[in-house]
Design a protein around this ligand. Structure first.
Ligand code: MN
Length: 259
């Protein structure tokens, strides 16, 4: 199986190297990832400048190389599939991100965006992220958790365009409570923009690192906090089908026609 790995923390991030090492025997692995940190890049793509590509040594256990692209995670996956790889990947993995991507953060995440890009191109994809706590993340350990989840997902069958978001608690494996298939949280994010330049108040603001989710229950935010690995199947199609059916039935006829 041809596997492409990307991320949003940059090609030399320890989470990517650990993921690559942990799944090296699962298939033929290629790495195409951003040259620089792209966290919270969301699904941006680069339109107005060329994308530079370089061969880069990865901080893996053995000798391994990847291609860096000076663009966004979505750029990396799209360019890899369109140009850089001899054959298209059959699976795209993204991560392991330094920081959970649960709830509304799924929309800001470059890690998830790389996986979404693959799904948009009909390739099954899985995004992996690690919770951050006051303890450092053990990426090789987290990568073993990701490997186990991936093998189970592959056993159960990942189809055309399937998109899975996986988050791993930052705790020893024996303290992980299990796997929870969790819905994406709709909890609000309470965060703060601090005045940045005290000499020129009102002119610039900086978003503080600290934030918290408000009012979450029985979702990916809650399950991760409780110590579960969360597995959330996502879809590229954001249509609200409940509304769709109601609105389709309402009277649009004659809104613009005058005859
Ligand atoms: Mn990141």
């Amino acid at each position: 199986m041809r596997i492409l790995i990307s991320n949003d923390d940059g090609i030399t991030a320890p989470g990517l190297a650990a993921l690559r090492d942990a799944i090296a025997d699962v298939g033929e692995v290629s790495v195409v990832a951003p040259a620089t940190h792209q966290s919270a890049a969301g699904h941006a793509i680069t339109l107005k400048r060329p994308l530079a590509v370089e061969r880069v040594a990865l901080p893996c256990a053995g000798e391994a190389f990847g291609l860096s692209v000076d663009g966004s995670p979505a750029d990396c996956v799209r360019l890899a599939i369109r140009r850089l790889l001899d054959d298209p990947p059959q699976l795209v993995l993204s991560g392991i991100n330094a920081g959970a991507n649960v709830g509304h953060n799924v929309f800001y995440s470059g890690t998830v965006a790389a996986a979404v890009e693959a799904a948009m191109m009909d390739i099954p994809s899985v995004a992996f992220s690690s919770e951050l706590t006051d303890q450092p993340v053990d990426y090789p350990r987290t990568a073993q958790v990701c490997r186990s989840v991936l093998l189970r997902l592959l056993e159960s069958g990942l189809g055309v365009g399937d998109l899975v978001n996986v988050n791993v608690p930052n705790r020893p494996i024996e303290e992980i409570r299990g796997v929870c298939v969790a819905r994406q949280s709709r909890a609000g994010i309470e965060d703060v923009y601090n005045p940045h330049d005290v000499e020129n108040p009102g002119e610039s603001y900086l978003l503080a690192d600290e934030y918290r989710f408000i009012g979450h229950t029985e979702d990916d935010v809650a399950a991760l906090e409780e110590g579960f690995v969360t597995v959330t199947p996502l879809r590229v199609d954001m249509t609200d089908y409940d509304k769709f059916e109601g609105w389709e039935a309402c009277h649009w006829d004659g809104l613009f026609k005058t005859t």
